[in-house]
Design a protein around this ligand. Structure first.
Ligand code: GTP
Ligand code: MG
Length: 452
């Protein structure tokens, strides 16, 4: 499965920058570079970092710094070189071209990390976390990716797998040597372990929904009647005029989405068409879209106009949404700058906030309130799964664990139990990469960027 070609790619992003880094990995890495590199001083073999020139025949292309990592002490576990050149696309493309001309080839997407996995520098779950780490845009994204990369989530999976192996071997021995006087499997011990395993896997499955909400962003949807100031609130939250605001009811037809970060968390704010009964086609579509967005939201901001409102209607809509979607809802009385005083509605006591979207009053408090509503258990947890592949495998493991558990309860044969344990081992092994197929690896690593 491990391709022996020496490969090269740009490791930094394409475009102008202070420096660009070109990475070469494979047994021919050092000899390849020596064809086009002249050190400034005589090379001391103990030194890892060398200053010198990349040459195209005798022409100096660029002054570069070469960092060498001898196998197996490198990211890929192979001989690896990083050439840091000046960050001009013309320069790094010319160097890449010179390297390809010496006979090495361009790396496929994710090929460096795939080699790191195949050379046992990291397990599969860690390798997959590398791409999340690169893609992270907020503090919370980053922390999640880091815990995945450091393998915390998967340590327990490996422990589970090892315990299954222990049980499997005792059962297999007892099957093979049933005539002889060998230890019988201790099924009550296995049952206790299965209950713990079930709990642990269930916890990981539960973490997926929230883990992904964090990664994709917490969806915060602004709803309310026409003209109550939904678009104005969106603009105040994103701090620029993103949505059109006007005093004509029905201004927003389609929904408008913008991302902001608050306390390191990505919030995806969505402004919608006002909810009202209308015969106009386009507006009806907008209102339908609002309902769709509400059903996927984590937080709803329900806005009403402090000058014109009907408490009975607000309460009715509030309980409708609450009943239908059971989502966190924040009720907001907007435009309090023009209402004579801050509203106090007995019926809604403790459930709503006064703001002025137009004058940006109450906005920071509103953000704090949104943040306080979020379930932050998983933000700091180091056992969160983010990966759909892992989710599917864990679901299969859980159902197999259930089968083993009930099998034991119903006095199933050693053979059947052993075969189910092998199944669980197979699913768990596919998460960590202890069991892989070429197709699986190609599928995972092809999603990476080139140079990683
Ligand atoms: N005085 C005052 N006026 C506001 C406030 N917020 C919004 N408005 C005004 O209310 C009108 C409607 O604002 P929009 O933000 O377009 O309202 P909307 O809810 O998005 O309306 P539709 O998209 O039509 O459903 C505009 O004239 C705004 O300037 C506020 O806090 N105070
Ligand atoms: Mg609007």
């Amino acid at each position: 499965m491990l391709d022996k070609d020496t490969i090269v790619a740009l490791a930094t992003s394409d475009g102008h920058g202070a420096i660009a880094v070109i990475r070469i990995s494979g047994s021919e890495a050092f000899s390849t570079l020596s064809n086009i590199f002249r050190p400034l001083k005589k090379v001391n073999t103990k030194e890892r970092i060398t200053l010198g020139f990349i040459l195209d025949k005798e022409e100096r292309v660029d002054q570069v710094i070469v960092t060498s990592f001898k196998a197996p002490k490198s990211y890929t576990g192979e001989n690896l070189i990083e050439v840091s050149c000046h960050g001009s696309p013309y320069i790094y493309r010319r160097i890449l071209h010179l390297l390809i001309k010496t006979g090495i080839r361009m790396a496929n997407p994710g090929e460096f990390t795939m080699r790191a996995f195949l050379n046992r520098k990291m397990d599969l779950a860690q390798a997959e976390a590398v791409s999340d780490l690169i893609a992270s845009e907020s503090q919370v994204d980053y922390k999640l990716a880091l815990t995945q990369f450091e393998g915390e989530t998967y340590k327990n999976i490996k422990v589970l797998r090892r315990k299954f192996i222990d049980f499997a071997s005792i059962i297999e021995i007892s099957i093979d040597f049933s005539e002889e006087n060998v230890e019988r499997p201790n099924y009550s011990k296995l049952s206790t372990f299965l209950l713990q395993a079930k709990e642990h896997i269930q916890h990981l499955l539960n973490s997926f929904h929230l883990g992904n909400a964090i990664k994709e962003g917490i969806q915060v949807v602004i709803i309310g009647g026409p003209n109550v100031g939904k678009s104005t609130l969106l603009n105040s939250l994103v701090k620029y005029d993103r949505a059109i605001v006007s005093d004509i009811p029905g201004t927003t037809r389609d929904f408008i989405e913008e991302t902001i970060f608050f306390n390191g968390i990505r919030l995806r704010l969505i402004d919608t068409a006002g909810i009202r009964h209308t015969k106009e086609n386009i507006e009806t579509i907008g209102i339908q879209l609002t309902y769709d967005k509400v059903s996927n939201a984590q937080v709803i901001l329900y806005l009403f106009d402090a000058m014109h409102y009907n408490t009975t209607k607000i309460l009715k809509e509030f309980s409708n949404i609450d009943r239908k979607f059971s989502i966190n809802i924040i009720i907001i009385a907007n435009k309090y700058d023009v209402s004579s005083k801050k509203l106090f509605l007995n019926e809604l006591a403790g459930k709503y906030y006064n703001i002025s979207a137009k004058n940006k009053e109450g906005i920071d408090e509103l953000l704090e309130n949104i943040y306080n509503l979020l379930d932050k258990r998983y933000f700091k947890s180091n056992t969160v799964i983010l990966n759909v592949r892992h989710l599917e495998l864990l679901k299969k493991t859980l159902s197999t664990v259930n089968n083993i558990y009930y099998g034991i309860e119903q006095g199933s044969t050693d053979d059947l139990i052993a075969s189910d344990i092998r199944k669980a081992l197979y699913f768990l092994g596919k998460i960590s990469g202890e069991i892989t197929t070429n197709d699986l690896l190609v599928n995972i690593f092809s999603k990476f960027c080139i140079g990683k």
